[in-house]
Design a protein around this ligand. Structure first.
Ligand code: CS2
Length: 487
């Protein structure tokens, strides 16, 4: 047995940067950046997407756009970020080998609750003109029935009832409070950019923020709303990059590649894209210098991405789990994997507005991206929170197909696999509505009644009332229960 007596590598830090090879160093010197962007959501996705675009925009424009990222929950991540001067490595997982480097655009990290005052100070800071968010669908606390803020959701109700100055739990509450403070000081306009996977995400975010202000007890809420209407823009955006949650297996190679210990590495596919609605209220990083596309209307891109990429991801997650697979690449290697992706894209294509990417070429690219053998993207990660995801990814397309009298066998099959995952005791995925969904499986109930009840839980009463659809989904259950995916 040999004992390794070499000292552990030092922690990644700004002092380490000059010691890295040029290929590993950030595109910008973080010491030259200032916080001009506040980001909510310190997860892997942000660090592999917007942080990269912002870094390149700063490097190419010479403008000092730095990001302070706010972690809604995890103070541990914030501490780890501080321990390494907010630097971290990003490894592109190319099929022919990993390509690591350090990203330098994040210059501050705050924990939303303990650092509430600092977060509000930044939101009111005239230098900060962009706020971005990656808080996932559940961070918006939208009501399935109305699409607006759900004031009965426990954390929302608690934030609305909190005394002034108390730390808040929801990002929407914190953002609304911070923006209100900015409006009161007449600070310059600001743009708030939702980077989550929802149709019309800008309008969705604007609505829940305004709903929070409207439901607050602030005496000046009408004045705040009025000023917000002219001084806060909420453009829609489509973000795209496959970034699996960082796993233990990512840490050691990152440290080896850098020669410095990195507790917060991120690994992502090489592909990335960002399409933004060109309606900003104030200065922004020149993300277009790094390939971001500014367009008048993102809807064709948004719906294509949500229904094809995310729709296929969710279908692979549920059907792959039924068939005993663990990752997207495994599910794609099944004899039905590629067929599923192509069939789903072909089925959904007629529901997409004109002006977006060509669905056939898009499906070709998806197969290549999903098949990347260097990626380990867990079906468990993608299938979690499905009660919120399928309402964006599958149900609008399904409605549109049914309204036009078209067949939807792939979406029906996917829905049946999702239904099975909601059974009591099935812990393949986590979901905020898990208890409510499990309660739909009454031991004396007919499976069709269960399918109907499940659809009602996700706010799809219209589909629950569609007997032909419910019958078709129910008919798929027995084969799936036996682990057969028949496409
Ligand atoms: C995935 C997305 O976890 C999921 O639900 O479908 O995170 C997906 O990887 C990204 O949207 C790709 O841009």
């Amino acid at each position: 047995m040999s004992t390794d007596t070499r000292p552990a590598p030092a922690r990644l830090s700004r002092a380490a940067l000059p010691l890295l090879t040029a290929a590993l160093r950030p595109a910008v010197d973080p010491a030259e950046l200032r916080t001009r962007v506040v980001h909510f959501g310190l997860g892997a996705f942000h660090r592999a997407h917007q942080a990269v675009y912002t870094e390149h925009a700063a490097a190419r424009s010479g403008e000092p756009w730095g990001i302070t990222a706010v972690a809604p929950r995890s103070a541990d991540t914030v501490r780890a970020m501080h321990d390494q001067d907010c630097l971290y490595s990003l490894t592109e997982r190319r099929p022919d080998g990993p390509v690591p480097r350090v990203v330098g655009s994040v210059v501050g990290a705050l924990a939303m609750r303990p650092d509430a005052e600092a977060v509000d100070a930044l939101l009111a800071d005239p230098e900060v003109t962009v706020v971005t968010l990656t808080v996932t669908e559940k961070g918006y606390h939208r009501s399935a029935a109305t699409g607006g803020l759900d004031p009965t959701a426990a954390p929302v109700a608690a934030d609305l009832a909190a005394p002034p100055g108390a730390p808040l739990t929801t990002v929407i509450g914190r953002l609304a409070t911070g923006l209100a403070a900015r409006m009161r000081t007449d600070a310059p306009p600001v743009t708030v950019v939702s980077c989550d996977n929802m149709a019309d995400n800008g309008a969705a975010l604007a609505r829940v923020v305004r709903d929070f202000v409207r439901a607050s007890a602030w005496p000046d809420r009408e004045a705040v709303l009025e000023r917000m209407a002219s001084a806060v823009a909420f453009p829609a955006t489509v973000v795209d990059r496959i970034v699996p949650a960082t796993s233990e297996a990512d840490r050691a190679p990152a440290t080896v590649a850098l020669g410095f210990h990195d507790a917060l590495p991120v690994a992502a596919e090489p592909y990335r894209s960002w399409v933004l609605e060109d309606s900003f209220a104030a200065a922004r990083p020149r993300w277009e210098l790094d390939g971001a596309l500014f367009v008048p209307d993102v809807a064709p891109y948004q719906l294509t991405k949500l229904r094809l990429l995310n729709g296929a991801h969710s279908a692979l997650a549920h059907l792959g789990t039924v068939a005993g697979h663990t990752t997207i690449a495994d599910a794609l290697a099944a004899d039905w994997g590629e067929r599923l992706v192509r069939a789903l894209c072909a089925e959904v294509a007629p529901t997409l507005p004109a002006g977006g990417p060509d669905p056939v070429a898009y499906a070709d690219d998806l197969v290549v991206r999903f098949r990347n053998p260097a990626m380990r993207h867990l079906l468990r990660q993608i299938g979690s929170d499905s009660s919120l995801k399928i309402t964006e990814r599958w149900l609008p397309a399904l409605r549109s197909l049914r309204a036009h009298g078209r067949e939807a066998p792939v979406l029906e099959l996917a829905l049946a696999a999702w239904a099975l995952s909601t059974r009591p005791g099935c812990d393949a995925f986590t979901d905020p509505a898990a208890d409510e969904l499990a309660a739909c499986w009454r031991s004396d109930g007919h499976p069709a009644a269960t399918v109907r009840a499940l659809l009602r839980v996700v706010g799809a009463d219209d589909l629950a009332d569609d007997s032909a659809l419910v019958t078709a989904v129910t008919a798929r259950l027995p084969a799936l229960r036996a682990g057969h995916v028949d496409i």
